[in-house]
Design a protein around this ligand. Structure first.
Ligand code: GLC
Ligand code: CA
Length: 535
């Protein structure tokens, strides 16, 4: 066993509690539901769970609108349920990562309600970004919310407050020391309750600059920030360099303070991972300097094409940039904010990419349901609940497709998720995606994930860097194979639609698609598949 901290090369399973398992038949997943499925989670071979928010919330943005960060929303249970979940996870040697949301509160938080009452110029308003309207009545600036529409909402007395997301999510003013003091209290609250780490929501957004200055191209900027809007590469890059509300250098002072707080718990090895969509990519490494956070998400694989040049660049860049600050990269193919990987690049490709990524150094995040190969749920507009859908007023259907509850068992929807009506409908076509069904099928995605994670633990955790295999990089644009070796393992991914021969030596350990054949001393890798060989 090596002595590196638990999070260094962990596999972390993201649970969206509302969609995981419903213990009381109200149609929404809850904390006791998660606790009751921890044996399943453990059986996957993951090291930790990250729970999306379960705090008191009017749930306008799936709980990322927090009204009380130190309590549990009744829809999810109560604090005792949270303690129980943590205790049961720890009994199984699973760590627990909580999601902390420091960029904004819900408008139902007592601070915001007090700010509304106290009026302009009050200390209560200084905890948020309240400003007077311009003389002509327009908002303080022209920024557009990430979810669409203006970033400002006017209150009765005429002042506006800033919200980078939904109008129900007023941004906090991090220049006010009370804000950090309150968040440190929240961090300690959950650490004292037993959590092992934090995922920091919108970690790059806390500090704003030039709040009273208009952006020269607010619509362009808003489009550039949205993954579902196509844009010329150069144009997007240029716009992303001009964001006045993300990745300001002041955020790093906050994380330096937090790091001291985490380190004060010594051997508990409390970790934090930043959700920081920043540009250019080198900026992400600043969040994981030695005296800041432990990990930063690499989101490139959420959008990368299934193409060898693209994937080579993403992997190479992430490993080498992180190395400059002595950190390891993170990998994520899906999360609650983006289309599921199987829908985005195809089912076989998604399996191949997962197996390719499980071999890499660093931490891997798996979004619950990804192990089943789930596609996005097919929803009617009348089912949708995401504020992004309502505010964008246009092409964005929002993120509900990735948030459809998990199918567990049986032949009929809702497949054991709930005895009631699930909060988003589960299509009958998911019959063959249930945990129960996949457990009976040795060729299922679930078995692939379980086997791969076991092999990863056995052969790769702590095995150091990768060596790209020369033979797979002929420099042509459309290389069929992408291959690396790491420790005793050679990983070969065939991205093409036909079988490909390769020279990889060793014994086949696992393959994401059909069988690997041998021909004239060469290995034949099936189309759209990855294989691991042990030398
Ligand atoms: C993060 C969350 C997302 C949420 C947003 C606002 O990006 O992942 O779900 O809507 O922050 O809190
Ligand atoms: Ca429930």
């Amino acid at each position: 066993m090596n002595s590196s901290p638990w999070w260094k090369e962990a596999t972390i399973y993201q649970i969206y509690p509302r969609s995981f398992f419903d213990s009381n038949g109200d149609g929404e997943g809850d904390l006791p539901g998660v606790t009751s499925k921890l044996d399943y989670v453990k059986s996957l071979g993951v090291d930790a769970i990250w729970l999306s928010p379960f705090y008191t919330s009017p749930n306008k943005d799936g709980g990322y609108d927090v009204a009380n960060p130190r309590d549990v929303d009744p829809r999810f249970g109560n604090l005792e349920d949270a303690k129980e979940l943590i205790a049961h996870a720890h009994q199984r040697d699973l760590r627990v990562i909580a999601d902390i949301v420091p960029n904004h509160f819900s408008d139902q938080h007592v601070w915001f309600q007090a700010a509304l009452k106290a009026g302009p110029g009050s200390k209560e308003r200084e905890r948020f970004h309240f400003y007077d309207a311009h003389a002509d009545g327009t908002p303080p600036n022209n920024w557009i919310s990430i979810f669409g529409g203006p970033s400002w909402t006017q209150v009765e007395d005429g002042q506006f407050y800033l919200h980078l997301f939904d109008s129900s999510q007023p941004d906090l003013n991090w220049e006010n020391p009370e804000v950090n003091a309150d968040f440190e209290k929240t961090l300690r609250f959950w650490i004292d309750l037993g959590v092992d780490g934090f995922r920091i929501d919108v970690a790059h957004g806390l500090i704003k600059e030039d709040v009273l200055t208009n952006h020269p191209d607010p619509q362009g900027l808003s489009d550039a920030l949205r993954l579902d809007v196509a844009m010329d590469f150069e144009k997007r890059n240029a716009l992303l360099l001009t964001v006045p509300f993300f990745d300001r250098q002041g955020v790093h002072e906050i994380y330096r303070k937090w790091r001291k707080l985490f380190d004060s718990y010594g051997e508990r090895n409390i970790m934090a991972v930043a959700e920081a969509w920043v540009h250019p990519p080198v900026n992400a490494t600043r969040y994981v300097r030695a005296d800041e956070l432990h990990q930063v998400f690499n989101f490139d694989l959420l959008t990368a094409e299934f193409n060898s040049d693209v994937l080579f660049d993403v992997v190479e860049r992430s490993i080498s940039l992180n190395a400059t600050v002595n950190a390891l990269p993170t990998w994520a193919l899906s999360n609650h904010d983006s289309p599921r990987v199987a829908s985005r690049i195809g089912d076989e490709q998604a399996r191949a990419l997962a197996l390719f990524v499980f071999g890499l150094p660093g931490s891997t995040y798996v979004f619950a349901g990804q192990e089943l190969g789930l596609p996005d749920g097919q929803l009617q507009d009348s089912d949708r609940q995401d504020p992004m859908f309502f505010r964008s007023n246009g092409p964005s259907k929002g993120r509900d497709g990735a948030r459809v509850p998990l199918p567990w068992s049986g032949d009929t929807t809702p497949f054991g998720f709930s005895t009631g009506k699930p909060w988003l409908p589960i299509s009958q076509s998911w019959k063959d995606f249930t945990v129960e069904h996949e457990l009976t099928d040795p060729k299922s995605s679930l078995h692939l994930y379980k086997n791969a994670l076991e092999l990863r633990k056995e052969f790769l955790v702590g095995a150091g860097g990768i060596t790209w295999l020369e033979s797979s990089r002929h420099g042509s644009k459309e290389d069929a194979l992408l291959s690396y070796s790491r420790g005793p393992i050679t990983v070969v991914m065939n991205l093409s639609d036909s079988v490909q021969e390769c020279d990889a030596a060793g014994k086949l350990l696992i393959v994401s698609g059909a069988n690997v054949d041998a021909r004239d001393g060469k290995k034949v890798i099936p189309a759209r598949s990855t294989a691991w060989f042990l030398t």
